[in-house]
Write a protein that binds this ligand. Structure first.
Ligand SMILES: Cc1ncc(COP(=O)(O)O)c(C=O)c1O
Length: 390
């Protein structure tokens, strides 16, 4: 650290020089991120309420009330006004917290040995983190041709050590939705915990349904669903950090809390990972959800889907590249039978396009910052690159 401190103007100058290296959402070049520019209201509130700490909610009772109301709004979106949960640091924390509670509930039933959780091969890396931290074995189940987990394979994978099943509503690579209704039946029949990772899809699918898309019921309408991850800091236009973890009801939480006795605001018991955490992000999330409402989000999702269809059609017109599957939501996968996808990715990066690269596909997430003119330019660049590639 500098001995005598640096004047503010100098800091700002240095900062602007350094941050010039960052890509910006406004450039339209970021095509592979699940984050976007937060809503203006969220941005304003983040700066005003920066000091609010939900790690000590006794001091910030109003902020705590706002968190409860935020969870109620998300719960009603997921068709369960009784759900209970927390705004957490992101989908990773949400999934780890759910897996911990599933493990605690399940381990009393399996009587020794390593607990097993069945996940689709499409599951996010956060489940690997959860397994490593929690001493759980992951059992991976294959997907069908449309990249959804096969319920028959899930059933076959169940052993006397299985404690939970995970289904994904909006996979990281392609946005596909697992047959959650069938997973729910299996979970009920076998008395297993069912967690749904809707970190991305949770803020998309309910609005697609309102737009008339026919999609599987992914939420608490399924009796077997015990918890859902849903992240406002993805398609919710909330600021980072704003993930969400919701449980079917409060009983899942009550017996799985850590009690923190020393807090200035009085004892607080919670089941999440972080201690000190951002109250401002929760306030900003609450305000954004309230301000945009169902109609606002439906409009945003509709716009994203229009751009998604533009991209989908454009890819179909370029020789030697294909869609990995028909997009279910605003996520598009590009593959090629003839060309090297890694080489295409490298050429795109030279032009500053930033896509997501998975084993055999490139992923585009059509977030609200991705506009028709960006897609037009991208398609033109992709066509040029594929013409030159071998
Ligand atoms: C389906 C899914 N779950 C969980 C996560 C993790 O979310 P975060 O990066 O907010 O921790 C992601 C991130 O891309 C995701 O796609």
């Amino acid at each position: 650290m500098n001995q005598s401190g640096v004047p503010q103007e100098k800091i700002l100058e240095e900062l602007s020089e350094k941050l010039n290296k960052d890509l910006t959402y406004e450039s339209g070049k970021i095509l592979g991120s699940m984050c976007t520019i937060p809503h203006d209201l969220a941005r304003k509130l983040m700066t005003i309420y920066l000091e609010k700490n939900l790690g000590d909610p006794g001091l910030f009772k109003g902020t705590q009330e706002i968190e409860i109301e935020t969870i109620k709004m998300l719960g009603s979106l997921l068709n369960n006004p009784k759900s209970w949960g927390y705004i957490v640091s992101g989908g990773t924390e949400g999934n780890i917290v759910a897996m911990r509670i599933a493990r605690n509930i399940g381990r009393t039933k399996i009587r020794g040995g390593t607990p097993e959780i069945i996940i689709p091969t499409s599951a996010h890396i956060s489940f690997d983190k959860a397994a490593d931290l929690l001493g759980i074995r992951l059992v991976r189940v294959n997907l069908d041709r449309e990249y959804r987990v096969k319920p028959s394979e899930v059933k076959k994978a169940i052993t006397d050590k299985t404690i939970a099943i995970v289904g994904i509503a909006g996979t990281t690579s392609l946005g596909t939705i697992d047959p959650i209704e069938e997973l729910s039946e299996i979970a009920l029949e076998k008395n297993l915990y069912l967690h749904i990772d809707a970190a991305f899809g949770g803020m998309v699918i309910p609005f697609l349904e309102r737009l008339g898309y026919k999609l599987p019921k992914f939420d608490f309408r399924n009796q077997g669903v015990c918890s859902i991850t849903i992240d406002p800091h993805k398609m919710g236009l909330a600021p980072i950090p704003a993930g969400g973890i919701l449980f079917k009801d409060r009983t899942y939480i009550l017996e799985n809390c850590f009690e923190i006795p020393y807090l200035a605001g009085g004892t607080y018991a919670h089941p999440i990972i972080l201690g000190t955490r951002s109250g401002a992000a929760v306030i900003a999330t609450w305000a954004t959800l309230k301000h945009l409402g169902i109609e606002g989000y439906t409009r945003i999702v509709k716009n994203c889907m229009e751009v998604t269809h533009q991209l989908e059609k454009g890819i179909q017109q370029i020789k030697n590249v294909e869609l990995a599957t028909k997009p279910v939501m605003n996520i598009v996968g590009i593959t090629s039978k003839k060309l090297d996808i890694c080489q295409i990715d490298q050429e795109l990066r030279k032009l500053r396009w930033a896509l997501g690269k998975f084993e055999n596909l490139l992923r585009i997430v059509v977030m609200p910052h991705v506009k028709p003119q960006h897609i037009q330019q991208f398609l033109a660049d992709l066509e040029q690159i594929t013409k030159k590639s071998k």
